[in-house]
Design a binder for this molecule. Structure first.
Ligand SMILES: C[S@@+](CC[C@H](N)C(=O)[O-])C[C@H]1O[C@@H](n2cnc3c(N)ncnc32)[C@H](O)[C@@H]1O
Ligand code: SF4
Length: 400
């Protein structure tokens, strides 16, 4: 059965009284001359389902979110009412390091260049997401700072009204050289990955030299006023778990936020449970040195559990995706360098926005595709042991 807009409106208006009784989930939208009451999570996905089986035709423009009425886009709200206002975009599959936990030893097959998103495609998608309510974009990879047009992309993102934060996650290798231009282009937040403070170990973990360049990049970021500078440290047993105290000691005088990340399984990284050091184990170790370590309150959607040593300039945090997942408050979506939308880091369901874009899909059609994918997002990931058995991409081809 095909419904036209006014039939749809009257059906919905018929349910308005009931909807208004539960105003938290109901929103008003305009459909032609009609004001319709919409369940901004549920209705959308039902519509998506009906549209997929060809039962519902709603003219595109009527699906547009009214920003002054609707608190957040229905397309970016999943069936558990999680609002996805944070988009991570991978700029490249390439990298100038080869970290053991990220890049498979045998390397990865790179996507042909013509299948990667161009800057224009990427910016078009970013614009669409921001229009729907995304207010933070993180550029990642691979190593985002080796993409030749990275500054152009950032400068264009900066023009997007509604985009509050542009963040970059980088291995820091090119940071000293690029930082002034990155700052000028509009980067607000920097996460720099560093897993060891021992130069020889850096080479072992990353399979490349470069420790001093990264340290210089961190210093430069501090000098240029980034505060805090976030340092991402993946902790692996037998490799660097003996360095957590040294990393926290760095926060005594430097405005660093060191974030210890539990080692996560991805394709080709030979994850095994014994190598994962849990948040609780790291915390216990740090409390032996600093018994007065205190929690730092954070935002609901924070991925890190924050702590600090009283009197220290910086702080620390734990990203506990394995031992205590934070799926319930997940607000993140990802676009891979080859243009796939990934609604969960640990899920293997993906949809190619690139293919829809290149086949001439309108913005409204793209929104429907995005809305359907977000609607299928699972409540939580499958648990570390299941994830380690599942097919996914290597991390380098996702973008953390
Ligand atoms: C994939 S990298 C991409 C950005 C950049 N090249 C970098 O290293 O910061 C993003 C983040 O993912 C983290 N990461 C990669 N593989 C991981 C794994 N198996 N478990 C936990 N974190 C991982 C890295 O340490 C890094 O902080
Ligand atoms: S973690 Fe970052 S730096 Fe290391 S291999 Fe992956 S993408 Fe490259």
């Amino acid at each position: 059965m095909a419904l036209n807009c006014s039939t749809f409106s009257s059906l919905i208006v018929g349910a308005q009284a009931a909807a208004e009784a539960c105003t938290k989930r109901a929103v008003l939208q305009t459909c032609g001359r009609y004001r319709v009451c919409r369940w901004y999570s549920g209705v959308t996905h039902e519509e998506n389902r009906l549209e997929q089986v060809g039962e519902l035709v709603v003219p595109g423009s009527h699906r547009r979110v009214l920003k002054d009425v609707l608190p957040f886009s229905a397309f970016l709200t999943d069936s558990f009412e999680r609002r996805h206002n944070y988009l991570r975009i991978s700029l490249t599959e390439k990298c100038n390091l080869r970290c053991q936990y990220c890049m498979p030893q045998e390397g990865v097959t790179l996507t042909p260049r013509s299948h990667l998103l161009t800057a224009e495609e990427l910016l078009m998608l970013a614009r669409l997401f921001v229009r729907e309510g995304v207010n933070k974009i993180r550029l990642t990879g691979g190593e985002p700072l080796i993409r030749p047009d990275v500054l152009h992309i950032i400068a264009e993102l900066r023009k997007l009204e509604g985009l509050k934060t542009i963040a970059v996650t980088t291995n820091g290798m090119n940071l000293t050289r690029l930082l002034p231009s990155l700052k000028k282009a509009g980067v607000d937040l920097l996460n720099i990955s560093l897993d060891t403070l021992v130069p020889a170990k850096f080479e072992l973990i990353t399979r490349r030299k470069g420790f001093h360049k990264v340290m210089e990049g961190i210093e430069k970021a501090i000098e240029m006023g980034y505060n805090p500078v976030k340092v991402n440290c993946v902790v692996m047993r037998g490799l660097n778990e003996d360095e957590v105290i040294d990393f926290v000691s760095l926060t005594e005088r430097k405005p660093l936020d060191v974030r210890f990340i539990e080692y996560m399984p991805f394709d080709g990284n030979r994850w095994n449970f014994k190598m994962m050091v849990s948040y609780q184990e790291m915390l216990d170790c740090l409390k032996q040195k600093w018994p007065n370590l205190e929690p730092v309150p954070g935002e609901e959607t924070d991925t890190a559990k924050g702590f600090r040593v009283p009197g220290f300039r910086g702080q620390l945090g734990f990203i506990t995706s394995m031992s205590e997942h934070f799926c319930g408050s997940c607000n993140r979506l990802r676009i891979t360098a080859d243009g796939n939308l990934k609604v969960c880091l640990f899920g293997n369901s993906e949809v190619s926005l690139r293919d829809f874009l290149r086949s001439g899909a309108t913005e409204e059609e793209l929104l429907h595709i995005i809305g359907a994918a977000v609607g299928r997002k699972k409540k939580q990931h499958a648990g570390m042991f299941n994830i380690s058995q599942m097919k996914n991409r290597p991390m380098i081809l996702i973008g953390g």
